[in-house]
Design a protein around this ligand. Structure first.
Ligand code: SF4
Ligand code: SF4
Length: 475
């Protein structure tokens, strides 16, 4: 006898409307009164047969009861008690066939800053390795990207480091080569670059404009905050040096909006002021990330994380206010969450690392992502001989969220998917472990995101489409 049960869910109440978030499907919709009544009635019940379920639909005629039952099955509010099929939007179930979408080129292993929290500096570098990528390796990396991209029409090449502008002279030649290669194969290459801003010049900024390169600047906020960690090796601060350069970049940015990436080390209560400051300079978006370090001096303490959540909650309110007025507030963390909810893809992995994304070191070796570059354990082959398929298959099999027992009962699992491998490596001792140090935080942030999502969906739903388009998703 087939039995049914109500799918794992969360209800969200905003502006007098009730929404349902189906956890396993990462799907959200507004509930009509009948669905609401049924959930209230069935929510605490054990598995039911179809007959029992129909009988509990009360006063409706038989036809309406049947239609309601079928509708709930279709929306997967009601699911078979055993053996549920994965949702149609599940991605990454067969990762071996995933084409390469993004390649991160470590143009150099060196950096002219010596930021106090830098994961790169903290890990240390092995000696005797090549520190700067030469043009020959960079071209072969482009060949590798295009060859491994399968049927994708667009791929992404990211210039990264160390500080990639220390090897700026390689970039124009790589860009020209990649454009020619892409044109010959009917593809398009999108370029991105992350810089600390210290080496920006008018010539470099012009080049970014001409070649439509998306730029992210690592900048931690106003002078006092920025200079507390982002310093040169001799200890001198960097804010005053980068400010006019960054202003010039932002003034010239007509092709692609420029984003700032903030590493949070202390005093998260300053986050709204930092956002104001950086948006005031002209950044389109600002993303915040607590520093990932095992160093107790820089790690945010639990009380700091609470303050960060309060700050994010306030910013979510500001974001909603802006959306209501048709404005845009470039708070990347919330935008990323809203876009992920709207896209609704159920992922088996927390990010693209080791799937459609790899990083290449100056010598041509391939790593899971930029944060693992140089660490032998996470080397997945090289651009000359290709990916180490055996090692990669092992990683993909082990890293899937289905192996993270702690996450299986968590309502936020389709939002978090266990979290960043690098953070897990640093904080939990293995990249394969879930990031259990921040579960409560993630769940509370997930609730803030869901409420914001429902609020926008209830009042100005087109705004969600616009956000998705700003992230390159097409309707
Ligand atoms: S790491 Fe924590 S918050 Fe994330 S899915 Fe696992 S249990 Fe949930
Ligand atoms: S492992 Fe972490 S740092 Fe690397 S791509 Fe994934 S989320 Fe980003």
């Amino acid at each position: 006898m087939h039995k049914f049960r109500v799918a794992e869910h969360k209800t969200i109440h905003v502006d007098g409307k009730d929404f349902l978030f189906l956890v396993a499907d990462k799907a959200i919709f507004e509930m009509d009164p009948s669905t609401k009544g049924i959930l209230a009635d069935w929510g605490s019940k054990r598995d039911m047969t179809r007959k029992e379920a129909l009988a509990s639909l009360g006063a409706l005629c038989a036809e309406d009861r049947d239609a309601l039952f079928q509708g709930l099955l279709q929306r997967r509010v009601l699911i078979p008690a055993r053996g549920t099929a994965p949702h149609a939007k599940t991605v990454g179930a067969c990762p071996v066939s995933i084409p390469l979408k993004t390649l991160i080129l470590h143009l150099t292993d060196t950096c002219n800053l010596s930021c106090r929290y830098c994961y790169y500096a903290e890990r240390g570098r092995s000696t005797g390795r090549k520190e700067r990528m030469d043009l020959n390796v960079a071209r072969q990396a482009v060949d590798f990207l295009v060859a491994q991209s399968g049927g994708l029409e667009e791929v992404v090449l990211v210039f990264f480091g160390g500080e990639p502008l220390l090897n700026f002279k390689a970039i124009p030649a790589v860009v020209d080569y990649a454009c020619a290669k892409a044109a010959a194969t009917g593809k398009k290459v999108n370029f991105a670059l992350t810089t600390n801003g210290t080496l920006l010049t008018e010539e470099i900024v012009d080049f970014f404009q001409q070649k439509n390169i998306g730029v992210t600047v690592s900048m931690d906020g106003f002078q006092e905050v920025h200079d507390s960690c982002r310093r040169f090796p001799d200890g001198s601060p960097s804010y005053a040096l980068i400010l006019p350069k960054v202003k010039h970049l932002l003034q010239q940015a007509r092709q692609r909006p420029v984003a700032a990436r903030v590493t949070l080390v202390k005093d998260p209560g300053q986050v709204p002021l930092i956002l104001d400051h950086l948006l005031g300079l002209g950044f389109m978006e600002v993303g915040f990330a607590p520093v990932t370090t095992g160093h107790p001096d820089y790690q945010l303490r639990p009380a700091d994380m609470d303050r960060l959540l309060e700050a994010f909650q306030d910013l979510a309110q500001d974001f909603l206010q802006a959306a209501q007025e048709g404005r845009f507030l470039g708070f990347s963390n919330l935008i990323d969450l809203l876009v992920a909810l709207h896209q609704g893809e159920v992922l088996n992995y927390p990010c693209g690392a080791g799937l459609g994304l790899f990083a290449v070191d100056p010598g041509g070796r391939l790593f899971l992502c930029q944060r693992f570059t140089g660490d032998e354990q996470f080397c997945m082959g090289d651009i000359f001989r290709g990916l180490n398929q055996e090692k990669l298959a092992e990683f993909r099999a082990e890293a899937a969220i289905s192996n993270k027992t702690d996450c299986q009962q968590c309502w936020a699992r389709t939002l978090c998917t266990g979290g960043c491998y690098h953070e897990a490596c640093v904080r939990e001792g293995s990249h394969l472990k879930p990031n259990l140090h921040y579960c409560d935080w993630i769940r509370r942030w997930g609730e803030i995101g869901l409420e914001a999502y429902c609020q926008i969906a209830a009042t100005y739903p087109d705004y969600l489409e616009r956000l998705c388009r700003s992230r390159g998703y097409r309707p």
